[in-house]
Design a protein around this ligand. Sequence first.
Ligand code: ADP
Ligand code: MG
Length: 696
Amino acid sequence: MGTLSALFTPERVAVVGATERQGSVGRALVENLTADFDGTVVPVNPNYESVRGLDCVDSVSEADADLVVVAVPAPIAVDVVREAGATGVTNVVVVTAGFGETGGEGVDRERELEAAAAEYDLNLVGPNCLGIISTPVGLNATFAPRSAPPGSISFLSQSGAFVTAVLDWAADQGVGFKDVVSLGNKAVLDETDFVANWGDDEDTDVIVGYLESIEDGRRFVETAREVTRETPVVVVKSGRTEAGAQAASSHTGAMAGRDRAYAAGLREAGVVRADSVQDLFDAARALAGQPVPETNGVAVVTNAGGPGVMATDAVGDGPLSLADFGSTTVDALRDRLPEGANVYNPVDVIGDADNDRLRDAVDIALADGAVGSAVVLAAPTATIDFDRLAADVVDLQATHGLPVTTCLMGEERTRGAADVLSEAGIPTYFDPARAVGSLATLERYRAIRERDRPDPTAYDVDREAANGVLDRARDRNTTRLGVEAMPLLDAYGIPTPAGEVADSPTDALAVAERIGDPVVMKIVSPDILHKSDIGGVKVGIRHEEVYDAYEDLIARARNYQPDATILGVQVQERVDMDASIETIVGANRDPQFGPLVLFGLGGIFVEVMEDTAVRLAPVAETEARAMTEEIQASPLLSGARGRDPVDRGAVAETLGRLSQLVTDFPSILELDVNPLVVRPDGVEAVDLRLTIEPES
Ligand code: ADP
Ligand code: MG
């Protein structure tokens, strides 16, 4: 039982705004509720004696209901909710539209609704939603034209239209639901509440969601992280290509846009992300019907070469691998199969196979210790009876207790068999890639369930010093900081070359004499984002060149922008770039998910390829290391063409320290270290740019 279980198990449901009017929401609700519901339905409408043969009451206070469905026009909906609250009801579904989604006065109305819900501590679904369904008690408190077939998937959707579409489609797909919730505007209850609820619900095997947004990203992550240890959560998040919302002033800001934040958040939450609706329910079906594999090895067994090759290709695309059979398995297959059959994985029992041969091959393969799951593919032949095959597969799946999916290649002849398989929870598809995809989903969920999540390291840092740097920037009334803020990185233990900002040629030479020869000199100005673009970075300046270099850098800045604020010239130790790679580490802040960290290669890789990895901050070092392995350019870090591999550990530590910095200081909105020079023996941050919140 979940925390919201009473919402799904009412005994008396009041429909406020019930009517006889054809095509009305009020009528559809009463019809749906009276179809299968175990409890009592009470129509509420002062203008009717009865609705659909049920006696009407005049007001919600007379209904004595434990669930109130509100379908009255928007202007009186909040009053109805108040009245329900005042009479002790706690569970309310507001299907009425005309709230926040319409803007203007609808927004105010939604605020009043929230206030009413808070006052009476209501579990309120909606407004502007389709309603809720709970199949165990036959509750269909929606105005959808179809109810949900019973099953163990609980489904939440931000789009009501999507719910109706899914219910319509599910009817003949062998997909069944425990609870269905149309979230509507999420004025009170949101996705996190339902994920938490279903995580504690014995009858929910899989939680499936269609989301356009997540209200409170951090809360969602914390909740789902726990829930997904036991109950898989699959989500399709629409709006994937949405561009970064805020005008970004840094690489990280531009790249770690909203979708990257969602991706990082859902990943951290342990959510299986689906790319499409088909993907969503393929995943749900597999997770609801099949056990989780114990290893990622797959056995492919087929009576036709082509489909076997396709399945094998699909295995290569995902987290699965083709199982390497033991010799006992190979011998057993060789004994059982005719000359010309393939006894190695993928097993081809060849076209003249009868049901017994195919069955025995599957049985032998499933007994192999390296096999965690199997896909059985059958093309229609004169010697295969699909109905028998289905019964055999159901039987073998149960006996071996491993996940199995099937691919029955045909339409009419396979229909009966597909029903039998569906009934047993075995996904069956025409397309080999989808059958393999289902197994890949199960494998992904295994990895999620088994992942260990060490706490982020708490590094020993100098918070005071970092605070001082930010304070001084605020004193200067600036929100954009550059290399003059390098002491921020020093304070958090991120290695930087020696460097100081000089405000005169003499000063610059004095700094250079302390630092080394030659040095690097950079213009320091909050108005110049890309210093080298205007010739504002000089590498390899000898002491005798410092004066001229200083004057030249100032002149270039003036020339570029006459009124630019110029803080001076940074004189920096020259970093040895041999055997090194320029990378970027960065951070930004998402409105829903909070601080994020980013890693990628510097230069064109980051700008053109967008080859970066993003995680929520703070990040544990193991995760940070995984970020360095996730980017496509990862092999370069391992030392291509005879070069030494660079120090991934130092990168991971830098990401960890940086994530601590942005977690500690919420006033840091965006931050880029570009480049972080990575060498075989450590890292050095040679450039820095950040944006801080203006003083509030
Ligand atoms: P910007 O990104 O504003 O153009 P950077 O400080 O990142 O300025 O410098 C641009 C490039 O100059 C770096 O990518 C790096 O190749 C080189 N560079 C900068 N600082 C140093 C340094 N201290 N030692 C060696 N090379 C450097
Ligand atoms: Mg730079």
